[in-house]
Each structure stands twice: as C-alpha cells, then as structure tokens.
Design a protein around this ligand. Structure first.
Ligand code: NIG
Ligand code: FE
Length: 440
C-alpha cells in the first residue's frame, strides 16, 4: 500500500471507536495503542495500529512524521459556538463581577443585545478579521471542526451577512464549520413590545429564506450528513427573557419541515422551562446547557436519541460553581458531548482542552469520557459521526499530535496549549504549535 503520510512511533494513539454516539459506560472505553501509527491517503485514514504492523502493510510513504514521546488523538470537534460577532463585553464582565446577573443585564438591553448592536454596525472586514483570529486560536488548540451559530444579527440583512461571512471563512480556513441559523437567539430591541411578531418573522420570512439560500447559492460547507443532506442546524434560546417553550416549539417545527437539524439552548438558568422534553419530542440532534435540568428530564434525555451538550466554560465564565449534571446523564445511559459555547458574554474561550479540564474536576468525568465528549460524541452532536471524531480507516484524516506522552494530559494540565501538530484532512495545518495554513 502507498500512502501520503505516515505518523509513526507515537507514544500512544488514542481513540473512541465507531460512528457513535457512545452512551453510558461506553463513553469511557478508548482504544489506546502504544507505539502507534496512523496511515493517511487522499485526506482519509487508511490504517491505524501498532507501528510495526502498519509499516508491514506500507510499501511507500510520501511523508513520514515521527511522533516519539507524543500522544495522537482525533481532531477535536466543538459542537456549540457563537463564533461570529464584533467587539467585546469586558465592561459587562466587570459589572457581573460586582454582582449584576447575566439575565438582568440582558433585560436592561445589554448582553446579547449589546453584541447585536456592535455586530450590525461592524464592516464585513472587521467581522472577518475578528472571527478569523478566533478560528486560528481554535485550530491551535486542536479543534478541526466547529459548529458556528449566527444570532448576533436578529434581522435578515445582518443574519445573511453573518451566514455569508461564515461561508467565506469556511472556504478560506482549514477549520470546517457546520452552520447553525440562530435568528432565535434573543428578541431584538425593535420587537421588545411584541415578541410574537418577531417569531412570525422568523417562521414566515427568515427560515424559508435561509433554507432557500443554503441550497441555491452555497452548496456544502462541511461533509454532508449520512443521508446526503447538507449539514445545517436551527437553534433556539429557550429561556425566561428569550423564547418561551411554545415559541421554541413553533420555530423548531418550522425549521424541521425545511430540513434543518434541530438544537436547543435549554435550562442554562433557573427555572427550567421544560425545553428538554420538547427537544426530545422533536427529535433534536442535541440539547445544550442543561445546568438546571431536573433529574426526570435528564433521564428522559438519556433514553432518547438526542445528545446532551454541556458547556462547562459557561459556568466558569459566569463565575458560577454550578456545573451541569454530567454524571447523572452518563450514569443513566445518555450520550454526552462537551463544547466551548465560545461567545463574548458567557464563555470567551476557544479551547476544548480547557473544557476537558473543567469537566473532569467539576462534572465528574474521567479523562477518557472527556475525550469521547470532545471527539466522537461531539461529531455526533453535529450529525457527522460517520465522517469524523475517531481515528479509524475510512474517516477523514483529522488528528492532533500532543506535546505530551499520554492523552490524559489534555485534561490534567490547563491554561496552556499542549497541541504540537494538527492535521486536517491529511494536511499539516499546525506544526510545532505554530499555524501553517495553506489555502483550502
Ligand atoms: O449560550 N445563552 C445564549 N447564548 C449564549 C450567550 C451569548 C451572549 O451572551 O452573547 C450562551 O450562553
Ligand atoms: Fe450558546
């Protein structure tokens, strides 16, 4: 067999297996191959195993990477980000440190609405530059695929600009983006007196236009879902002060009819509004946050096909010691993924290893479960478990070589990047911890 790239003599090659998601106790079952190798041809993995066995199958390797002393893991997948916005909310951060709450700031017209104003006013060049810098940081921390929500436009013109820019960034940058339309991120200032009129605009105007736009102009962004459909999601912030469960249901039903995969921001704050049973009934691909979700709803989630996405960076970012009950979901047999929630309000952090560090300490995950939660299960949370999320023949060659001999260092150490090399679809895009970005 001839290959384009052979990575060999890794201290360990570590991966969950299959198309996932892994549920319950299976989340902790990783394959660990000492002195491991991965062979890559045409952007896909063709063989994984002990170096001696893999080398015996190879007649020629165009390029060889020695990974002695380093662990190799799948490229990380971030299944929940609000990637594209302008400006920052450092002043609000300081207000919150003095005691103002997130929802109080939002209700006073700040929070998401402050970022909406900055985003509407920003030039496309500014939005591109700020977002691209975030994508670079994600890649440097080992993320090779990320979901990216709109939702700082809240009017068609700006939402469309955000979609268009995300599409251009996706084309120009090695990080693959899975787009999510989140026009239902907040009630825009213009509709504060009549939120139901905004819900009508979302359902009758914006969603059909996004659906038409995605097919007519732009084709595929990332690999398609297994059924061949373009991977696209619609998400709603179901919370007091945002969208109530009835509005959430109507928006998501309309999105489903148009072929979107569904996601819900559920139970980020008190009180829980019942968004989890709603997401399960609508067969949402994921339901995200789950900090205040009651035990009976978690158990219902665990029995369903919907993946729970928990966002420990958001608890940490808000200075809260209350983390989502991950252990309960996993112990009930559920499938859990972790994400950064990257956004300027609650969690400005591009690093999934940081989420692993938090989840192991505050949510009771083992390092193995945390790795599954940011690889295979995260891939499933964007509908791409057949394509990415594990190191197995046939999957895309997205992988990370760590500056550490054991995958557990990813959760054990924190605050610095342990990423040595990132390979995206068979190409080196980070080398020695430094970006090396070719045109896509
Ligand atoms: O997931 N809660 C809604 N959306 C984000 C926060 C967005 C913002 O504050 O700008 C979240 O926490
Ligand atoms: Fe979010």
């Amino acid at each position: 067999m001839n290959v384009d790239l052979l990575i060999r003599h890794a201290a360990q090659v570590v991966t969950p297996r299959g198309r996932g998601p892994l549920r319950g106790a299976a989340m902790g079952l990783l394959t660990v191959i000492p002195d491991g190798a991965v062979a890559i041809r045409e952007g896909r993995i063709v063989a994984v195993g002990p170096t001696r066995e893999i080398e015996a199958q190879i007649t020629e390797a165009a390029e060889i990477l020695e990974a002695r002393g380093r662990a190799v893991v799948p490229g990380l997948v971030d299944p929940h980000t609000h990637l594209i916005w302008a400006g920052d909310r450092a002043a609000e951060f300081e207000q919150r440190l003095k005691g103002a709450t997130y929802l109080e700031i939002l209700q006073a017209g700040g929070g998401i609405l402050a970022t909406v104003r900055a985003t509407r006013a920003a030039s496309p060049e500014q939005l591109m530059a700020e977002t691209r810098a975030r994508m670079d940081r994600m890649l440097l921390h080992g993320t090779t695929t990320a979901e990216a929500k709109t939702g700082y436009g809240l009017e068609w013109e700006t939402e469309r600009r955000l979609l268009d820019l995300l599409h251009r960034l996706n084309a120009a940058h090695p990080l693959d983006l899975v787009p999510t339309f989140m026009g239902a991120h907040a009630i825009p200032a213009e509709y504060q007196e009549d939120p139901s009129a905004y819900v009508a605009v979302l359902i009758e105007e914006m969603l059909p236009t996004v659906a038409a736009w995605r097919f007519a102009h732009h084709g595929l962004w990332c690999p398609p879902w297994e059924d061949g459909r373009a991977a696209w999601f619609c998400d709603v912030f179901c919370e007091r002060g945002a969208f109530d469960p009835e509005q959430t249901r109507r928006i998501l039903e309309a999105a489903k009819d148009l072929g979107f995969g569904l996601k819900v921001h559920a139970d980020e704050f008190e009180p829980p509004l019942g968004a989890v049973p709603l997401a399960v009934a609508l067969r949402a691909v994921s339901v995200d946050h789950l900090v205040s979700t009651p035990p009976e709803h978690l158990e219902q989630l665990a029995r369903s096909e919907t993946i729970g996405v928990m966002l420990p960076g958001t608890s940490f970012g808000l200075g809260s010691t209350r983390y989502a009950p991950a252990r309960r979901l996993i112990d009930a047999g559920g499938a859990l993924a972790l994400a950064t929630d990257l956004n300027p309000g609650t969690s400005w952090c591009e690093s999934l290893p940081m989420m692993m560090a938090l989840a192991t300490r505050y949510m009771g995950l083992s390092p193995a479960e945390a790795l599954t939660a940011v690889t295979l299960n995260a891939a499933c949370a964007v509908g791409l478990g057949h394509e990415i999320g594990s190191l197995e023949p046939g999957k895309a060659a997205d992988l990370v070589i760590l500056e550490a001999p054991d995958y557990r260092h990813l959760a054990y150490r924190y605050g610095v990047s342990l990423v040595h090399t990132v390979i995206k679809r068979g190409r080196v895009v980070v080398q020695d911890g430094v970006l090396r970005i070719p045109e896509k």
